[in-house]
Write a protein that binds this ligand. Structure first.
Ligand SMILES: Cc1cc2nc3c(=O)[nH]c(=O)nc-3n(C[C@H](O)[C@H](O)[C@H](O)COP(=O)(O)OP(=O)(O)OC[C@H]3O[C@@H](n4cnc5c(N)ncnc54)[C@H](O)[C@@H]3O)c2cc1C
Length: 278
């Protein structure tokens, strides 16, 4: 798949004021057997999130003690708490009524965020910080490819909501099975989605996404590729796009949203440590 020229893509980044919001769960529901939506109430004044791939840092109660430690903003500066913090990144979704929603993959009790989500009740408390900044959808793209696993679904839903209905968008999503398709299906988006079912394979262990990326036909024009999901499983797709196709950094945004076997994976870590220009 070729995608020249790519130099016409323009990426605008916006910084936001520091904000840390104590939030209370008002409702929750299952969107699919593995995706739970929690609706949060709290001080949403000034909340802004114009980038489709934005994230907030969510502070959870310590699963061992139940204590919720989180930073505070004092005189415009972040003041860190004395105790241990348990924080993970999530994609913020804002309803028409201005409520904040988070869609959490429930993947088991090995992660505090997933364990919290699986037992959530109305009245539960969280602290939400950010977003600190936003990377706006690029200008100048003739077409887009959005690819990811279940953790990328909230961001993909934001992309589909922000791009025009007549935009040229290819969506590739790796999920466990057909039950997970209800998530994007509920959007009523005009853009078709190709689902890749991993079935009994563990999340983050297949080459389904990489194979699907490689199988896409060559296209002319300026393409923009957005990929997110399990970090190591993204490596072959990223190498194909950056090394084999020679696409520029501007044309490929690839984020490791989690890493198999690692708690609290840092998404700023390079997806491909062998790639020097990440
Ligand atoms: C920018 C950004 C946006 C994100 N948005 C979302 C979002 O909207 N919704 C969402 O659900 N996730 C999202 N994620 C991913 C989420 O932050 C991670 O999955 C996180 O690790 C979950 O924390 P945890 O406490 O459940 O597990 P951790 O304590 O981090 O990990 C414990 C164990 O669980 C494994 N694990 C972690 N996540 C998964 C998973 N999804 N499936 C299977 N095993 C897993 C780890 O490999 C580890 O072995 C986002 C990540 C980033 C960087």
């Amino acid at each position: 798949m070729s995608s020249t020229p790519t130099s016409t893509l323009r990426h605008e980044r916006v910084r936001h004021d520091l904000a840390v919001r104590p939030m209370t769960v008002t409702a929750w529901r299952d969107l699919t057997p593995r995706m739970r939506r929690v609706t949060l109430a709290g001080p949403m004044g000034g909340f802004t999130s114009p980038g489709p791939g934005d994230h907030v840092k969510v502070f959870f109660p310590d699963p061992a003690t139940g204590v919720l430690n989180a930073p505070r903003v004092v005189d415009g500066r972040l003041e860190r708490p004395a105790g241990e913090v348990v924080a993970r990144d999530y994609t913020p979704l804002v309803t028409a009524h201005g409520e904040l929603e988070l869609d959490l993959v429930v993947h088991g009790d090995d992660g505090p965020a997933s364990a919290w989500a699986s037992r959530v009740t109305a009245g539960a408390e969280l602290v939400v910080a950010g977003p600190r900044g936003s990377k706006l959808a690029p200008e100048g793209a003739d077409w887009y490819v959005l690819a990811g696993d279940e953790t990328a679904l909230p961001a993909i839903s934001r992309w589909l909501g922000m791009l025009p209905d007549d935009a040229d968008v290819t969506v590739l999503v790796e999920v466990q099975d057909a039950a997970d398709e209800a998530y994007l299906g509920a959007l009523g988006s005009p853009h078709p989605v190709t689902y890749l079912h991993r079935g009994a394979a563990a999340p983050g262990t297949t080459t389904l996404l990489a194979d699907a990326v490689r199988a896409l036909p060559a296209r002319e024009g300026a393409g923009f590729w957005w990929l997110a999901g399990e970090s190591q499983s993204l490596v072959p797709a990223r190498r194909y796009l950056r090394r084999e196709l020679g696409l520029s950094q501007d044309a490929v945004d690839c984020s490791g949203y989690w890493r198999r076997g690692a708690a609290d994976h840092d998404h700023h870590a390079p997806v491909d440590p062998q790639d020097p220009d990440q």
